[in-house]
Ligand binder design. Structure first.
Ligand code: PHE
Length: 443
């Protein structure tokens, strides 16, 4: 199989595809509500700090492992060193499974909201009613699960056919459209009466809000948003041409992802204050605020449909990269045919997503480690599994295979990387120690 791996055709195509993995619900749905819950500006600054000090380096490490080995994460670790290191790849497969189970539930919400926007959701524009409608929708035992199924089906359908120019082409067209729409919505949100309070909340840090839980959330989100710590970027790197400059690509993907998260903050938080919503409202924040914004612009229903369709596509490109880690493993390591691997893992992920969805309604009372099932899955994956993966990926590159991943003749990073020394120090010491410290203090 390994001789016929697909490849991204252009550098820009790859960057947009990797950015397609990174940019998703994490940026547009999760980041604004996390910032809202965790004191706005202070969260933003700590999050940016983690992206710069750790995220960028781990991304480069993953790209280099992927391109050097041209393998799925499990195969990559086994090929480079084997032994216990292979467990990092296995943990990545497991993490992809968990993340996609709840991610797809939210992906389903975006599809549902595209439909609802077309059928009169925004007509009243009454903020309270929009909040109640969202609560009723996600708490329903049937409707969101049907949309979750639709979203998983779409994911399975794409991945069953393989990573090829289809993904690349889709991202190339749709990502720029999403970007333009974000700009338009930021402008609308920022010019609402009362928006200034939201801007102040987002930009002026209140460091009295900083505590262990918040730092853990910021670190977990840096990993989640950049798709790091579980081998997604190893997988994407494995499809990358020799000629692409890896540090440059890592910088591009990181910058695009961060830019879009910050824009989402400017799209949501000013509107939250303008409409008198609670910034700490949690997972519903984006889904309640945006329809209220759409009701305040001409052709709101049209823009609402367009936005939620684009958000669904952005979520889909991330979902593809999540399930691709599982599927590439089953195909490469277990010799299962791609369509079968996609379908069977997709069904299992769908089933695991059902309790997540129900935990927002009829299973509200059941808790795992003091959290609802949905929150527990998110916490386990984002705040524990991804950062733990990040520790070991950094240590692996810094201490075990540094020369191999630098070797340009073998698909590694190659000469001409100006910050090799700094990168090595980050991989060896700074990233593992900082992550371990956050993990331990978060417990
Ligand atoms: N980065 C994606 C987002 O922000 C989610 C994701 C996490 C994708 C981990 C792949 C791996 O929406």
């Amino acid at each position: 199989m390994s001789g016929v791996r697909g490849q991204f055709t252009t550098r820009a195509g790859f960057i947009l595809a990797a950015a397609g993995s990174a940019v998703g619900l994490g940026n547009i749905w999760k980041f604004p509500y996390l910032a809202g819950q965790n004191g706005g500006g202070a969260f933003l600054i700590i999050y940016l700090g983690f992206i710069l000090s750790i995220g960028l380096s781990v991304m480069l490490a993953e790209f280099a492992i992927g391109r050097r080995t041209k393998r799925n994460p499990v195969g990559a670790f086994r090929h480079l060193k084997g032994g216990a290191w292979t467990a990092i790849g296995v943990m990545g497969v497991f993490t992809g499974f968990i993340i996609l189970s709840f991610y797809s539930v939210v992906g389903g919400w975006t599809v549902a909201y595209a439909v609802k926007s077309a059928t009169g959701l925004m007509a009243s524009g009454d903020a309270k009613a929009l909040g109640a409608a969202f609560g009723a929708f996600i708490g329903d035992p049937v409707e969101p699960i049907i949309y979750h199924a639709l979203f998983m089906l779409a994911t399975i359908a794409v991945v069953a056919r393989g990573i090829d120019t289809g993904i690349e082409r889709t991202c190339r067209v749709l990502m720029p459209v999403l970007f333009i729409l974000l700009v338009v919505l930021c402008v609308r949100s920022l010019t609402l009466p009362g928006a200034a309070k939201g801007v102040a909340f987002f930009l002026s840090p209140d460091f009295s809000k900083v505590d262990g839980a918040m730092i853990t959330a910021a670190l977990g989100h840096a990993f989640f948003s950049l798709s790091l710590g579980m081998g997604t970027m190893i997988t994407y790197g494995s499809y990358l041409a020799r000629t692409t400059n890896l540090p440059g690509a890592a910088l591009w993907v990181t910058s695009l992802d961060t830019l879009i998260a910050v824009m989402a903050g400017f799209m949501i938080l000013p509107a939250v204050f303008a409409f008198g919503f609670d910034p700490g409202a949690g997972p519903g924040l984006t889904f309640i605020t945006l329809p209220a914004v759409f009701s305040k612009i001409p052709f709101g229903a049209f823009f609402g449909v367009l936005f939620f369709v684009l958000l669904a596509v952005a979520a889909l490109t991330s979902a593809i990269s999540l399930i691709e880690v599982v599927v590439a493993y089953l195909v490469d390591e277990k010799g299962i045919a791609r369509p079968k691997a996609a379908l069977s893992s997709g069904i299992a992920i769908f089933l695991l997503g059902i309790p997540s969805s129900l935990s927002l309604g009829i299973w509200n009372d059941y808790t795992v480690a003091g959290k609802g099932f949905f929150d527990a899955m998110d916490y386990l994956a984002s705040n524990i599994l991804l950062p733990t993966g990040g520790i070991f990926i950094s240590l692996f590159v810094g201490w075990v295979v540094f020369d191999k991943v630098m070797d340009g003749n073998q698909g590694g990073i190659g000469d001409g990387f100006r910050y090799v020394g700094l990168w090595r120090i980050i991989c060896r010491y700074i990233a593992p120690l900082a992550i371990a410290w956050v993990l331990i203090s978060g417990l």
